[in-house]
Design a protein around this ligand. Structure first.
Ligand code: VGL
Ligand code: ZN
Length: 204
């Protein structure tokens, strides 16, 4: 069984959002048209409390992009984004959620960030995604969404480590590119870990 995973396709990650990814909204029609090929579709939702430790605004005298130590882990400081129950945290309106069978929240613990849809950045807590996929007899996952160089990458790497055959659909994800070339670097990292990169036109 194969599953389609939609990573963080939320208002704050597209144009007008607080952590907008260039052309982030362009993934939506691609993802929507892929859904017909999958019987298991799940979504992750970045879902931070307002006082989350990844927000620069919660650390006096810091700047966005700065790296701090957050309870023992290096943490990039982000603009406030995807705050629980706000518009920014909602899925993009044009995303078709009809056949999404389960939504996995991440980043809910203020002391630790969670880029991956499977585990937090310290791998201390699981979101339940791996167990859910195993229950559904999923062996192959196809990853889409935002952002290629953060949550998509860590979700793909964790999928590999959980033993799933893992595909990245290149035109169904977009990246932040904090520095130029980071998206390409992320894709190379995923490939080295065993992720197979496909174009959406190759899915059937
Ligand atoms: C993400 C930075 C902070 C992402 C989430 O979805 O890629 N990036 N939180
Ligand atoms: Zn976040």
């Amino acid at each position: 069984m194969k599953a389609l995973i939609l990573v963080d396709i939320q208002n704050d990650f597209v144009q007008g959002g607080t952590l907008a990814v260039a052309d982030g909204d362009k993934v939506v029609p691609v993802v929507n048209q892929l859904m017909k090929y999958f019987s298991v579709i799940v979504a992750t939702q970045d879902w931070h409390p307002d006082n989350h430790g990844s927000f620069s605004s919660n650390h006096p005298n810091t700047q966005i992009g700065q790296v701090i130590d957050l309870y023992g882990l290096p943490q990039i400081l982000w603009p406030k984004h995807c705050v629980q129950h706000t518009y920014g945290a909602e899925f993009v309106n044009s995303l078709d959620l009809t056949n999404v069978s389960k939504i996995f929240h991440k980043g809910t613990n203020i002391t630790i960030d969670s880029y991956s849809g499977f585990f937090d950045n310290g791998r201390k807590q699981s979101t339940g995604l791996a167990d859910y996929l195993e229950e559904k007899a999923v062996t192959e996952v196809y990853i889409t969404g935002l952002a290629t160089d953060f949550c998509v990458k860590y979700t793909a790497l964790d999928a590999i480590s959980c033993g799933f055959k893992t595909y990245l659909i290149s035109d169904a994800c977009k990246g932040v590119n904090l520095r130029p070339g980071e998206v390409e670097k992320a894709i190379d990292e995923m490939k080295s870990a065993g992720v197979i990169v496909l174009h959406s036109s190759e899915i059937k």
